[in-house]
Structure formats: structure tokens, C-alpha cells
Design a protein around this ligand. Structure first.
Ligand SMILES: NC(=O)c1ccc[n+]([C@@H]2O[C@H](COP(=O)([O-])OP(=O)(O)OC[C@H]3O[C@@H](n4cnc5c(N)ncnc54)[C@H](O)[C@@H]3O)[C@@H](O)[C@H]2O)c1
Ligand SMILES: O=C(O)[C@H](O)[C@H](O)COP(=O)(O)O
Length: 336
């Protein structure tokens, strides 16, 4: 059996080489129809677009993405072509929570936002959004939740997006990227949405860049409808908007989920799915790197920023926006 594996997936080599006869490692963008045609399985990240163009006529029967999001997989085509795919629900939700916690503390410390008097709007309350809700309530923010698919299932406790636009001084997006249909999230934050904002909020996006209309966000910031932005995911990555990077409070190269813990979870989950599909014994252990030898403060607010401060990632991106993909690929995975 032949497997092609993205060469930036950590902790996978020893295990996959025991499970498959032949393993080829490639950069995510180097998966071409010629390369994948005789592969049985692909193990990918967000950088490999898996669609008809890549897969038609190939032997591929299984695709595992070591990520939460799966908007890079044409799931309708896979269904039609009989290709099974699998993602890693929740794998790096803890890392995104860590990122958001640090961001909230920096908004308090450097932008004078009183978190105890703040109202945080969470748009998309799944694995990530739910962890953000718990963290934010624990540190004293009022929280409003928006999740139409869950509300339509009859679950309680959700508000309309308009209510969040009226009441929240911080908004954070945690939806998947859905390009069409009833729950479309492509450009969910567009000029119409920005016109409804009443509190000149800070906007945080760690979901997918295309959930926010970049041009509309820039216009809303220029008009003062949005006070500031924290952007981890960008339209048209890796060719990001320099105008937006210049304007944001914090801008990072799509690394909110990049903890060693999150990556190890993803590798374990994708290998488990691979083993289920190919009827192999999932008898392996993914070892995490040691925690850094660091004296940590007793004060949680200090400790959170000691463990992770997104300003460092932001400075590196501002210095070299053209190295967006390299900054991700060579990222020093943090511990949660
Ligand atoms: N920046 C990063 O490093 C990073 C890390 C992890 C996840 N992500 C992104 O965050 C997304 C969310 O992750 P998750 O694990 O919470 O996913 P999830 O599937 O567990 O939750 C997504 C939630 O969004 C809701 N939703 C769907 N359509 C909606 C809409 N139109 N409006 C509001 N809510 C809607 C769903 O009902 C669900 O509850 C992922 O799909 C991925 O794209 C980014
Ligand atoms: O969807 C996810 O899990 C995250 O966006 C993840 O951090 C993406 O990582 P990548 O596959 O681009 O390395």
C-alpha cells in the first residue's frame, strides 16, 4: 500500500512507516495528479486541495486531513468517487483557546478593554467556540452565542447575529468555511454586517480568512465601525493583504491551532482513522515533546502570556509577510 504524506505533519513518520509498504513525503502544494495517481491514501493538511482535478482516475481510496477544517476537501466529489475522507474534530481546539485567552488579556492590558464589563460574541459554537465560551465566562466576560445550525436543532441559548452586532464589544469567529447553502459562512462578515455594529467592536478571526470580507473589514475599520482586529486567518493565504496586516492589532500566520499538543492529537486521530479504514491495529503511541523548563507565575494573567504571547508571531509576520507559508512550516510548536 502506498501513502503520500504532507511533509509538515509532525510525529507521524515512525508510525506510518510501520503501517504502509511505501510512504512518500511531499509539501502540501506538491500533490499533483501524476504524483497521487498510484497512491492508496493521502494524509494531508489544509494546503492540499482534494478535488476532481487532483483525484480523478487515481487509486486513492482514503484521505485523512490532520486538521479540524476540511474546506480543502471536495466532499461531494469524494462521495461520488467512493473516496472515504476523515478530519480530526477538536484536535487543536485547546491551542485556539490558548490563543484567544492571550488575545483577550492583551486587549485588556494594551487597549484598555475592561474584560469584566465586556460582551464577547462567539459566532460558531462547536469544539473551539465552546472552549472559548467556558474560558471567557470563567475570566468574567459576558458571552453571547450565535450558531444557527445548533439553534435550528432546537438547542437553547443562542442569539441572532444581529443581536451580537448590537451588543458585543468583542466578536470572535469559529465557524467552518461553508461556501453555499442555508448556513453559508463565506463573507459572513460583509459590509451589511459591519453596518449593523453598534459597539465599534474588536473583531477576532481564527476560523478561515474567507469568512470575513477583507475589503469590507478594511472599510469598516476606516469608518470606525470596527475598532481593531486580530487576524490569524486571511483571505487568499499565503498572499495576504498588506493593508490589513498594517491595520491589525495582532496578525499571525494561521498558527492559532499550532500547539505541539494539537498537532499530536491530529496525528494520532488521522492515524486512527487510517487504521480503521485499512483494518489495521492502531497500536502506537505519539510522544509529545517535554514542556519547556520555565518558572511560571502564580498569577494566571501573567502565566497565560508567559506560555504564549501572539505578539512574537505577529512581529515575525510583519517583518516578512512574504514568508507566510515558511513561518507556518517552520513554526516552533508551543505547549498548551
Ligand atoms: N486558526 C486555526 O489554526 C484554526 C484551528 C482550528 C480550527 N480552525 C477553524 O475553525 C473552525 C471551527 O472549528 P471547530 O472545531 O469549532 O468546528 P466545529 O465543527 O466543531 O464547530 C463549528 C460550529 O460552527 C457552527 N456553524 C456552522 N455554520 C454556521 C453559521 N452559518 N453561523 C454560525 N455558526 C455556524 C456549527 O453549527 C458548529 O457548531 C474550523 O472549521 C476551522 O476552519 C482554525
Ligand atoms: O483546521 C485546522 O485544524 C487549523 O486551521 C489548522 O491549524 C490548519 O493547519 P495546517 O493544516 O494548515 O497546518
Amino acid at each position: 500500500m502506498k501513502v503520500i504524506v504532507d511533509n509538515k505533519i509532525p510525529y507521524i513518520r515512525e508510525v506510518i512507516e510501520q503501517l504502509a509498504d511505501e510512504v512518500v513525503y511531499l509539501p502540501g502544494k506538491a500533490f499533483t495528479p501524476e504524483v497521487v495517481k498510484d497512491a492508496d491514501a493521502l494524509i494531508i493538511r489544509t494546503r492540499t486541495i482534494c478535488n476532481r482535478e487532483l483525484l480523478e482516475g487515481s487509486n486513492v481510496r482514503f484521505i485523512g486531513t490532520a486538521t479540524i477544517g476540511f474546506d480543502h476537501i471536495d466532499t461531494a466529489y469524494c462521495r461520488q468517487a467512493g473516496i472515504t475522507w476523515s478530519n480530526c474534530p477538536g484536535c487543536n481546539a485547546g491551542a485556539v483557546e490558548q490563543y484567544l485567552h492571550a488575545v483577550l488579556l492583551l486587549l485588556q492590558k494594551e487597549k484598555g478593554i475592561n474584560l469584566q464589563e465586556s460582551c464577547l460574541g462567539i459566532i460558531g459554537v462547536g469544539h473551539v467556540g465552546e472552549r472559548i465560551r467556558q474560558m471567557a465566562q470563567r475570566i468574567g466576560l459576558k458571552v453571547l452565542l450565535n450558531d444557527p445550525p445548533r439553534a435550528d436543532e432546537g438547542e437553547e441559548g443562542f442569539c441572532s447575529l444581529d443581536t451580537l452586532a448590537e451588543q458585543c464589544n468583542i466578536l470572535t469567529f469559529h465557524t467552518p468555511l461553508i461556501r453555499e447553502g442555508k448556513y453559508k459562512t463565506y463573507h459572513l462578515a460583509d459590509s451589511t454586517f459591519f453596518q449593523k455594529l453598534q459597539q465599534a467592536p474588536y473583531l477576532i478571526n481564527t476560523s478561515r480568512g474567507e469568512v470575513v470580507d477583507t475589503e469590507a473589514l478594511l472599510a469598516a475599520m476606516n469608518k470606525g465601525l470596527v475598532k481593531g482586529a486580530v487576524i490569524d486567518v486571511w483571505g487568499n493565504e499565503p498572499h495576504i493583504s498588506q493593508d490589513l496586516l498594517d491595520k491589525v492589532f495582532i496578525g499571525t500566520p494561521h498558527i492559532a491551532g499550532y500547539s505541539a499538543d494539537g498537532k499530536a492529537n491530529a496525528t494520532r486521530m488521522v492515524l486512527e482513522a487510517f487504521c480503521r479504514f485499512f483494518h489495521k491495529q492502531a497500536d502506537f503511541h505519539i510522544a509529545l515533546p517535554d514542556n519547556p523548563n520555565q518558572t511560571l507565575s502564580q498569577d494566571e494573567n501573567v502565566r497565560v502570556l508567559q506560555l504564549y504571547n501572539p505578539h512574537k508571531d505577529c512581529e515575525e509576520l510583519r517583518a516578512h509577510p512574504e514568508l507566510f507559508e515558511q513561518l507556518r512550516g517552520d513554526y516552533h510548536l508551543r505547549r498548551e
